[in-house]
Ligand binder design. Structure first.
Ligand SMILES: Cc1cc2nc3c(=O)[nH]c(=O)nc-3n(C[C@H](O)[C@H](O)[C@H](O)COP(=O)(O)OP(=O)(O)OC[C@H]3O[C@@H](n4cnc5c(N)ncnc54)[C@H](O)[C@@H]3O)c2cc1C
Length: 405
């Protein structure tokens, strides 16, 4: 492949693979059992004992905070291209990112505070996030409006002396179910009369502020994704100091643009990891099961699907690496076409490959005994989160049309 990992990434990747073999794969069942026990006891919104146990081991091993694109107060930076294979590996087990302090939405939130926060905001919120002591939420989407068009966001942020008064209802706020989720980045309107893209702002809202209420969790194909969760959050007369504003009033879109590029590519990298694992499982199952006198793998329809999966995964990976390289070399804005393309290609590819792997497993594929049903539920959401397919296709088409105008 033309984009071989750098020496730094190759070393990190080998150490991460060893960590997965020693601590992640052997503990998948334990994680499920621990969360199931919490559910049976009536409260799954508790810290995962396994993840808390593994975090210090990962940190000690130097496998910690590997996502920041440049150095910050001693945390070494890593380019998007270098991060790609590491993030891909984390896509193989949905909760593994938390072990390395590299999970969404924290990575996007930390990067946002690092890029746009004041030194005081960094001291108060970025440091404990980088240390893995707390987690964070990103509250943009609202139940009342089509939130794929972020200009629709209605949450109001009104200046009142030295404070902002915030009122709004958010949902699908990922991570807000976790008891260590202590800070939200909230998007809302500071000036409804300003030009369309200058109405919105982003403000830091501590979870324990009066008026913040986590109303309920939203399931994903029946999964609660506890303890992380996707929550509905009501903000009722919430007051925060004006110093909690990020970058400045009316600059929410500017931050969203900067934040969503890396967030999107991380989703795609993880989707490739999920597809790769699904293909391995598909191949193993097809070779192990005998039907009509021969292994399922001997049926030509499965040759077609295996070959197609390999082609699709490698195509998506190369496109993703290209987008990562462009982000590193010309910036997120200039790489917007490439980011939009992978955001369409990677999750559609992973949905297809995981779907074939489910089919290869028969009934077992949709059950809790295999990772595939959970993987499909998650991969299907990636076609919606951070902009649905159609919005990204529109963006790509507009750029193509403009070239020939
Ligand atoms: C598991 C999960 C986690 C999430 N986590 C977060 C989070 O942490 N924070 C957060 O703020 N949000 C989060 N979201 C919300 C997600 O970002 C939104 O669902 C997404 O932006 C779409 O907004 P919407 O649901 O309001 O859909 P709508 O805007 O109502 O759109 C509905 C559908 O309309 C179609 N559509 C939209 N625009 C166009 C167009 N221009 N052309 C053609 N068709 C179009 C698309 O098919 C789209 O799916 C999460 C969602 C899920 C499922």
């Amino acid at each position: 492949m033309f984009a071989e990992p750098s020496a730094k990434t190759a070393d990190l990747l080998q150490r991460m693979r060893d960590f997965f073999d020693r601590y992640i794969y052997p503990n998948e069942a334990r994680h499920h059992e621990e969360m199931a026990a919490f559910r049976r006891a009536g409260n799954p919104w508790q810290l995962s004992p396994l993840i808390e146990e593994l975090k210090p081991i990962a940190r000690e091993a130097g496998l910690w905070n590997m996502f920041l694109p440049h150095e910050h107060r001693g945390v070494p930076g890593i380019s998007n291209l270098d991060y790609a294979p590491l993030c891909e590996l984390m896509g193989r087990v949905s909760w593994s990112g938390q072990v390395f302090n590299c999970s969404a939405p924290d990575t996007g939130n930390m990067e946002t505070i690092e890029r746009y926060g004041t030194e005081a905001q960094k001291d108060e919120w970025l440091e404990p996030l980088l240390a893995g002591r707390i987690r964070s939420g990103f509250l943009m989407t609202e139940p009342a409006v089509a939130s794929s068009d972020a200009t629709n966001i209605q949450c109001s942020i009104v200046r009142d002396g030295d404070h902002y008064l915030i009122n709004g209802r958010k949902w699908f706020s990922s991570g807000a179910g976790s008891p260590d989720c202590k800070i939200y980045i909230v998007m809302g309107k500071t000036d409804p009369d300003a030009p369309r893209h200058a109405q919105q702002s982003m403000v830091l809202v501590p979870r324990d502020t009066a008026g913040v209420k986590v109303v309920r969790h939203l399931s994903v194909f029946g999964y609660d994704d506890a303890p992380h969760g996707h929550m509905e959050v009501l903000l009722e007369n919430v007051r925060v100091p004006v110093s909690n504003m990020l970058l400045g009033e009316g600059r929410g879109f500017e931050i969203a643009q900067g934040r969503l590029g890396p967030g999107r590519i991380h989703h795609c990298m993880r989707s490739i990891g999920a597809a790769e694992r699904a293909l391995e499982m598909m191949v193993d199952r097809l070779q192990a099961r005998i039907a009509f006198g021969k292994p399922l793998a001997a049926q030509s329809v499965w040759h077609e699907r295996i070959a197609e999966s390999r082609c699709m995964i490698d195509q998506a990976r190369l496109l993703t690496l290209n987008a990562a390289w462009k982000m590193d070399t010309v910036g997120n804005k200039e790489a917007r076409a490439e980011i939009a393309m992978i955001k369409v290609v990677a999750p559609n590819m992973s949905c297809k490959v995981v779907d074939w792997a489910i089919q290869a497993h028969g009934a077992a594929g949709v059950s809790q005994d295999f990772w595939l049903a959970e993987a499909y539920a998650h991969q299907r959401t990636v076609r919606i989160v951070d902009g649905p397919d159609e919005v990204h296709r529109n963006a790509i088409a507009k750029l193509e049309l403009a070239k020939r105008r």
